[in-house]
Design a binder for this molecule. Structure first.
Ligand code: FCB
Length: 439
């Protein structure tokens, strides 16, 4: 990888990201069941019906995992706190859960690592789901109570906090496409989730402001959409995909409006007086996080709204089948700043790929990952050179983990994990990054 810290502005942060359900082991420490435990127990939802009950047992191995973050010369560790661990029934605090995140925080600080928390990376307690989950407007208040519980314990030591990881996944992927928990395919549930997820974001930001916290942000996943051909129909559908995936959330949080092409379909299913919630949703944040992986080629499928069809693209692909398209990251950094966030700091909060990594003679060669990282960092540098205020870049992920519906098949880590012995082995890309990021 051809870069060093000198190629980035002073104070630019490099980090690695994980999430609680994907690594901790949901059966440990008195955590309650979360929606993923039940979703995975339903045949056909996850690869081999795999779940995160043990995951990679980070709950017991966090000290040595944080040693890997420190030895990799990363500045930041982006982790998530699990609502189901902190409040197993959704409402009552589990002291063991608070203690765990307290220990984890101190273990980061002891190693000079900046703690970057996400309050929700999809660990919905099932009693909340039973009350309608993201369909129920009250979730915004319940989420604010959870925010208060965890942040009144560890908020004094956080470097940064974002309430919700990837609202598109929380709402659209999980309630319209049905690929993620709770696995619904229901436009009314989707419209409500699309709105309530942003309302909960706003309430959590307000709650943390009331606690006196600073450096609060929002984290979105963006996918670049190109028309599958030169027809006006493909252009229209690519714009709709962009609206649903990207502009809905940026528009909501930074402009207090939703895109017209998305409201065309969701409008009739929105909760009453949704417009009145924008003052909460637009509560100012201090930075905007972008998770970026790929692009899609989009055309019409001829069916009912939204009527989108994904067409296979010609570019090199990762193990997930995702095209490698670093220009998309440049496009999003520049467009987000120019159209939505202005001078607000931007952080690439996730970027990375899955590859078929195997251990041979004690080492793991992952050249596709190194090349991917290098190309995406070039996009970051290009945006910075044009004056876009990009302040950090975090890799997904520190180590191989539970990749949701794909189970343990997709390895996104810089560190290989043997899922039988749980042994950690840093891959070649990890060693290269550690070298390039020396201070
Ligand atoms: C993101 C998620 C993360 C992981 C990566 C591959 O959408 O935030 O948990 O699944 O994709």
């Amino acid at each position: 990888m051809l870069f060093t810290r000198k190629d980035f502005p002073e104070g630019f942060d490099f980090g690695v990201a994980t999430s609680s359900y994907q690594i901790e082991g949901s059966r440990f420490g008195g955590a309650g069941r979360c929606q993923w435990d039940d979703f995975a127990a339903t045949p056909g939802n996850t690869k081999n019906a795999e779940n995160g009950s043990i995951a990679v047992d980070h709950y017991h191995r966090y000290e040595s995992d944080l040693d890997l973050v420190a030895a990799g010369n990363f500045d930041c560790y982006r982790f998530s706190t699990s609502w189901a661990r902190v409040m197993p029934d959704g409402f009552t605090v589990n002291p063991e859960g608070l203690d765990f995140y307290d220990r984890l925080t101190d273990a980061m600080l002891a190693r000079g690592i900046k703690p970057c928390a996400t309050l929700y990376h999809w660990e919905l307690p099932v009693p909340i789901l039973d009350r309608g989950g993201w369909r129920n407007r009250d979730i915004a208040d319940w989420f604010a109570e959870y925010t208060h519980a965890i942040m009144s314990r560890i908020g004094d030591r956080m470097f940064s906090v974002a309430p919700i990881n990837e609202p598109w996944c929380v709402a659209w992927l999980s309630h319209f496409l049905g690929y993620h928990a709770p696995g619904l395919k229901d436009i009314r549930a989707t419209a409500r989730a699309m709105h309530h997820v942003l309302l909960a974001h706003g309430r959590a930001i307000q709650t943390m402001r009331d606690l006196g916290m600073t450096n609060l942000g929002a984290v979105f996943n963006f996918e670049w959409a190109d028309p599958a051909d030169h027809s006006p129909e493909a252009a229209e559908k690519a714009a709709l995909y962009d609206g649903i995936y990207n502009r809905w959330f940026l528009g909501g949080v930074f402009r207090g409006e939703y895109p017209a092409n998305v409201l065309e379909g969701l409008g009739p299913h929105m909760p009453d007086r949704w417009q009145d919630d924008f003052p909460t949703i637009t509560t100012p944040v201090d930075w905007c996080g972008l998770n970026y992986y790929t692009r899609k080629l989009i055309g019409p499928d001829g069916g009912a709204w939204p009527g989108l069809k994904e067409v296979e693209g010609p570019l090199e692909k990762t193990l997930m089948g995702w095209e490698i398209y670093p220009e998309g990251l440049y496009n999003f950094l520049t467009r987000t700043a120019r159209e939505y966030t202005g001078t607000l700091p931007l952080i690439v909060t996730e970027n990375g790929l899955a590859s078929p990594d195997v251990i041979e003679n004690g080492t793991v060669d992952d050249p596709q990952r190194s090349a991917y990282i290098e190309k995406h960092l070039q996009s970051v540098r290009r945006a910075i050179a044009e004056g876009i205020p990009v302040k950090g870049y975090y890799l997904w992920s520190l180590m191989d983990n539970y990749e949701w519906a794909c189970g343990y098949e997709q390895r996104f880590g810089l560190v290989h994990v043997d899922f039988d012995t749980l042994e950690r082995t840093p891959k070649a890309s990890y060693h290269q990054l550690a070298q390039n990021l020396r201070r």
